[in-house]
Design a protein around this ligand. Structure first.
Ligand code: SF4
Ligand code: SF4
Length: 433
């Protein structure tokens, strides 16, 4: 029996929702995903400590160029507007630009996430000339000191060089993607200033305990008071800062934030991984959330429309203890992946529940080794992971410019990027029938 099976029996499929809020419509799923992440490769030049897909080494079973093109053909037939391409570092695939060109020629827009390693002046020029390609550069510290502690030495300089090349090429509005951590929350204003300086748009995403992020979540995830600081900052910046579905659990502090205010896993969100496996969400790489493979009969469309897992996720879900919470309508119990990989029940509060119920649940959870581990580890074999004995690999002391508060970092290691999550505006271009 799986954890999903263990949920209370779901009622028979409800009648289709009546026209009204899009969010209600999305709960029942759509014929095509509006937030499809496709990780083209597990290969990466970096080894970020929080990599959601534990990337580093290429998987020899990776989809071939022709198989990727067949998937794109299917996406075109399904009228998928765009795809978030990530990895790994997708640009290290030798056929990367060929696939981007193929997708845009077939009316599938591309936004790709990169650590910037291949964004040369020439590439930036080419990108600036396309209306159908967007670029998201990962940056997890507004200073080299903060960034490189999680992403690896030199990664800040690489990202900044890529941004300069984009700016010089006249590509405005590219995205700077920041995974929010305990160490960089005090730098929110600085991130915004960097985005403004380069003509980019800031995108903040939530750190989930997925992939290698599971090993460092306790040390990196924002403190409760920082969650509040983040919420207030997001409210102050409104739609000018993108967040996708990252922070709907924070809506319990007040009003709902812009973005997708529900867990869209298997309903409007999914992941195709480098070997063609289809998961409910990029942050849920685990057998529990594996719906099928694009190589199987019927391809991606069959998995998306008819897999048993996605069908189940599109039936009304139990909110468990959260249903009695007055914030349930907007918070909805938070992120399924965050709960799963911290060993919390899927029908209970998020581990970062702003009312503190998640912390209580974390205290009570069994530490008997039953907490699920992410599937697949593609980490570079030459790079040691965070120590499982709990001792830090190394320490550093960072003094934030904003408040002068010393923050002790207990991590160091050469590293790699987080990958795209949900589109910053998942509703862009979507018109319900
Ligand atoms: S599991 Fe979390 S990250 Fe994935 S779609 Fe749901 S809320 Fe988003
Ligand atoms: S109790 Fe549940 S619904 Fe209420 S704020 Fe916490 S996670 Fe959200």
């Amino acid at each position: 029996m799986t954890l999903l099976d263990a949920r209370p029996e779901a009622p028979k499929p409800a009648p289709p929702p009546q026209p009204g809020r899009l969010v209600d419509l999305f709960e029942y799923g759509l014929d095509s995903p509006i937030c499809l992440t496709w990780e083209l490769t597990y290969a990466c030049n970096l080894s970020c400590v929080h990599c959601l897909s534990s990337s580093g080494r290429r998987d020899p079973r990776e989809l071939s160029t022709e198989e990727c093109k067949a998937v794109i053909d299917e996406l075109e037939r399904m009228q998928v507007f765009y795809v978030n391409i990530g990895g790994g570092e997708p640009t290290v695939r030798s056929d990367f630009w060929e696939l981007v060109d193929y997708a845009t020629a077939h009316k599938v827009g591309v936004k790709f996430s990169t650590n910037g390693v291949k964004i040369t002046p020439e590439v930036a020029q080419k990108l600036a000339g396309s209306d159908y390609v967007d670029v998201q550069i990962s940056l997890d510290g507004a200073t080299a000191e903060v960034n490189d502690y999680v992403r690896g030495p030199g990664s800040y300089a690489t990202a900044m060089r890529a941004m300069q090349n984009m700016k010089d090429a006249g590509f405005t509005g590219f995205k700077i993607s920041v995974v929010c951590t305990r160490q960089n929350i005090p730098q929110l204003d600085e991130f915004k200033a960097i985005a403004d300086e380069y003509g980019a748009q800031l995108r903040l995403t939530r750190l989930r305990p997925s992939g290698r992020g599971a090993d460092v979540w306790d040390e990196l995830h924002p403190l409760p008071e920082q969650q509040r600081e983040l919420y207030d900052w997001l409210v102050a910046h409104g739609e000018g800062v993108l967040t996708g579905d990252s922070f709907f659990h924070l809506s319990a502090y007040g009003s709902a934030l812009p973005g997708l205010n529900l867990c869209g896993a298997g309903r409007v969100v999914c992941l195709i991984d480098p070997i063609g496996d289809v998961y409910a969400c990029p942050f849920a790489i685990h057998d529990e959330f594996l719906a099928g493979n694009v190589r199987s009969e019927g391809g991606f469309q069959e998995v998306w429309r008819n897999s048993e897992l996605f069908t189940r996720l599109r039936t009304p879900q139990s909110g468990g203890a959260c249903t009695s919470c007055s914030f349930f309508d907007t918070c909805k119990g938070g992120c399924m992946a965050a709960k799963f990989f911290t060993g919390l029940p899927l029908d209970g509060p998020d581990p970062e529940c702003v009312r503190g119920f998640g912390e209580e649940a974390l205290e009570k959870r069994k530490m008997d080794g039953s907490i699920p581990k992410p599937d697949g580890d593609h980490s570079h074999s030459t790079v040691r992971g965070p120590r499982r004995d709990g001792r830090p690999i190394a320490t550093g002391l960072i003094t934030t410019k904003k408040r002068g508060i010393p923050i002790t970092l207990s991590l160091t290691r050469p590293d790699r990027p987080p990958v795209s999550a949900c589109e910053e505006n998942p509703l862009a271009g979507f018109t319900p029938n």
